[in-house]
Write a new protein. Structure first.
Length: 298
């Protein structure tokens, strides 16, 4: 700069000053954003007005210069230099004791202005769980012959209606589902069951692998614990505890914002069940194919 700059002046050197002030006095990022109205960047219009003068005074105060709002040789020298600086930021603890935390900025060569630069907090690897959606699921179930333990040597089929209270959104996240299921066997089974009622809790690591452009959720691992009552002619015949590991492939046919309204899915499951009446356990693979409807009606 070939002249001292102050309020009322215009020109390219004023525009360069405004750009430099925008660089050094960038708005701080959370959680260190100070109270009061936000501080937008200066408009680089080359007009030295009251707002530019205010930023000059702020810069001078932070760098222990004479606070006169005039950009002379001393202020210009600090604007163009660099050094290691420390900025004290008040930190409010739960005990309401305000302490001072020192945050060091980027190290540079020799003498430097105070540049308010904060690092944005990194997003978590897996977002936290927040139950927010209610779903109804209609599915057909195919259970194959047990790998371990007694059971029907042939595959069995059933239809089920399931209600979930669940978190569901895009992006890798933990997903918790709590719900219940009614199932009706579609084949004549060795145990002669006519229906079952199940309650369950399921934890998933969802959207490990997705095709976002096509709304496909390809790989979502889940673990489920369930308690099931099996009935014959409306009479409770047995109680069963189940543990299973699952993967579900889902296609969101209709979405509203980040939430799916209607989806089609295919679930692959390897489950262990223990019948408290027979005192026997089995391990068997099964597959579910069906649709999910997200609703707020109940």
């Amino acid at each position: 700069m070939t002249r001292n700059l102050k309020n009322g002046m215009t020109g390219t050197d004023v525009r360069n000053l405004q750009a430099a002030l925008n660089y050094h006095l960038r708005p701080p990022l959370p959680p260190h954003t100070p109270g009061g109205p936000p501080r937008p960047p200066l408009k680089t219009d080359g007009i030295f007005g009251p707002l530019t003068e205010s930023r000059v005074k702020e810069f001078q105060r932070l760098n222990k210069l004479a606070v006169d709002g005039v950009v002379g040789p001393n202020t210009e020298r600090v604007l163009l230099a660099s050094r290691v600086v420390s900025v004290k930021i008040p930190v409010q603890k739960q005990s309401d004791i305000v302490q001072s935390a020192t945050v060091k900025s980027i190290q540079r060569s020799t003498a430097a202005p105070v540049t308010q630069t904060q690092t944005a907090p990194s997003p978590p690897l897996i977002a936290p769980v927040k139950l927010q959606n209610r779903q109804v699921q209609f599915a057909g179930n195919l259970t194959l012959a047990p790998i371990v333990g007694p059971g029907d040597p042939t595959a069995s089929r059933s239809l089920s209606v399931q209600w979930n209270w669940v978190e569901q959104k895009d992006g890798r996240h933990l997903e918790l589902a709590l719900g219940g299921q009614l199932a009706k066997p579609m084949t004549s089974e060795a145990f002669g069951l006519t229906g079952s009622v199940q309650s369950f809790a399921q934890v998933s690591v969802s959207d490990i692998l997705t095709i976002d452009a096509a709304n496909f959720h390809i790989f979502s691992l889940a673990a489920q614990i369930a308690f099931q009552g099996n009935f014959t002619d409306s009479i409770l015949k047995s109680n069963v505890l189940g543990l299973s590991a699952q993967n579900q492939v889902t296609w969101d046919a209709k979405k509203q914002g980040k939430n799916a309204v209607f989806s089609l899915f295919c679930q692959q499951q390897l489950g262990w069940t223990y019948d408290f009446t027979a005192r026997k356990g089995t391990v068997a693979p099964s597959f579910l194919l069906g649709a999910i409807w997200t609703t707020n009606f109940f």
